[in-house]
Design a protein around this ligand. Structure first.
Ligand code: BGC
Length: 490
């Protein structure tokens, strides 16, 4: 996702006084399509709670509820040097993290590498080769060759691979399916660890994959490290998802491991897949188009309505429909730029929502600059309202996932660590989400919100290092649940 504009306040109130009737009618229709009222939020949340349960059961459901083999929180006394690799949508980030002797102390160095778009739909080998090349560059840049040669053990690496993966062990993961528009052939259904390790081996890198981690699990662990009231880690970014700590006894699908029922295990919900069966989600015809035209129709129904990757596309589809079939928006103008799928991203809506001027002059400039379109004031008002509706729906539906975990776990009060471009940069997302939580959970007015979604700590850097450290620590303590290879850990 491209950079969002810097946040600015205050925003203008907006006026529909000069909007002609045909446009007003369209606005009303869009409001009807995109608004999610309190009753619907509650209905979605209720259904969500049942689906979370189903995902933990032996039969399973459409929410994968993946056990991660992260068996508890750090206590702040984890130590050592770790590498962390984060394969994000836009960038690849490599970090070296030193967890110090003092409680909670750490140092981090990091480099970012661009993740070329072609890789996202290329073939598997190119992906692993590219990742391993970046890791090699990082290691060679930050370490002397002699130091590397003298190292008697390999550096433990936490690899943040933010896709649904079935894990029988913490250092492996069978990709269930690509999400977020990725479509690399030959990886779905395969264990990604050996594919990645083969590329490391080819380069003789002094690195050992210690843990394959989801970004939500990293976020949960990193956030709890600095704030022990954090009980849920969420990502509201290109994709959406959450992780939380469950008791092994409440996860029937791992009963055959005979683990102590009160032993904690982090669950990566993968709740972007919530309601793939389309029982409760209030989808619009535009959501249907997004799904049908995506590389994986029928998958990630919830994510496709709320995540950053899709917000700009939803907005674009509505505008094209208004031009072609409804009120003749941008009538007589060439809308060819607007016709290009995924040409607008969430930052486009974000920019419109942040336009502080009564005459929407910045929005007008944006349309002229990016799409070569000239909008009348009423047309720009409609665009502004549409951006608000799409952004608000995303925030309100997002709250259902968090509320569902709280209900399922009977959490009455906690902090939720959230990360991702939409959470951090989309205007009003936090306030809108908090308002929806209030409506779902019926908190009394005028009191502090008992469940508070806050900015998380760095999950794919510090979180990944902590998970690698926790893994080594528990192997030493003899807890081998989800461990297949103890080499270099004892
Ligand atoms: C992925 C999750 C990830 C989320 C946020 C989803 O598309 O399936 O694994 O946590 O995006 O990055």
């Amino acid at each position: 996702m491209v950079d969002f504009p810097p946040r600015r306040k205050p925003s203008r109130k907006g006026s529909m006084a000069d909007v002609p009737k045909d446009l007003l009618d369209q606005i009303k229709e869009l409001e009807r399509l995109f608004s999610v009222d309190q009753a619907k939020l509650k209905e979605v949340t209720e259904h969500f709670v049942g689906e979370l349960e189903k995902g933990l059961s032996v039969e399973g459901g459409s929410i994968p509820m993946n056990p991660t083999w992260v068996m508890g929180y750090p206590d702040g006394y984890e130590t050592g040097t770790f590498l962390a690799l984060d394969m994000g949508g836009t960038n690849l980030r490599v970090c070296e993290i030193i967890l110090g002797e003092e409680k909670g102390e750490f140092e981090i160095i990091q480099s970012k590498y661009r993740m070329p778009d072609e890789l996202k739909s290329g073939d598997s080998e190119e992906l692993w080769e590219y990742i391993a090349d970046c890791l090699q560059q990082f290691i060679e840049y930050h370490h002397e060759v002699e130091d590397l040669e003298q190292m008697d053990s390999k550096l433990p690496l936490g690899f943040t691979f933010s896709f649904p993966a079935t894990q029988d062990f913490i250092d492996h993961g069978v990709l269930q399916r690509w999400t977020k528009g990725f479509d690399i052939s030959g990886v779905e259904g395969k264990d990604v660890a050996p594919l990645f390790e083969a590329a490391l081996e080819k380069r003789k890198l002094p690195v050992r994959l210690s843990a394959l981690i989801n970004d939500t699990t990293g976020t949960l662990i990193a956030s709890h490290y600095t704030d022990d009231t954090m009980q849920i880690g969420c990502i509201f970014g290109t994709g959406c998802n959450a992780a939380y700590m469950e008791n092994c006894g409440s996860v029937p699908k791992i009963a055959h491991y005979n683990l102590p029922p009160d032993m904690p295990i982090a669950i990566n919900c993968e709740y972007g897949a919530f309601d793939n069966e389309l029982v409760v989600l209030p989808r619009t015809p535009f959501d249907v188009i997004i799904d049908n035209d995506s590389p994986r129709p029928g998958q990630q129904a919830f994510e496709k309505m709320i995540a950053g990757l899709y917000l700009g596309e939803l907005f674009r589809l509505v505008l094209v429909d208004l031009h072609d079939n409804k009120c003749g928006l941008f009538e007589g103008q060439d809308i060819s730029k607007l016709r290009k799928a995924y040409s607008l991203d969430a930052s486009f809506l974000s920019f419109i929502e942040e336009d502080p001027f009564e005459n929407l002059s910045e929005t007008a400039e944006l349309f002229a600059r990016e799409l070569s379109l000239k909008g009348s004031k009423p047309e720009l008002e409609l665009c502004r309202r549409l951006a608000e509706l799409i952004g608000t729906r995303a925030a309100r539906l997002s709250a259902c996932g968090v509320a569902a975990i709280c209900k399922k776990k009977k959490i009455e009060s906690c902090h939720v660590g959230a990360d991702g471009s939409v959470f951090n940069k989309y205007p009003h997302f936090k306030v809108r989400g908090a308002q929806a939580l209030r409506e779902i959970l019926d908190w009394p007015k005028g009191k502090r919100d008992p469940v508070d979604i806050r900015a998380a700590e760095d999950g794919s850097g510090v979180g990944a290092a902590l998970i690698a450290a926790l893994t080594i620590k528990r192997v030493k303590a003899g807890n081998l649940a989800g461990i297949r290879n103890t080499e270099g850990m004892t």
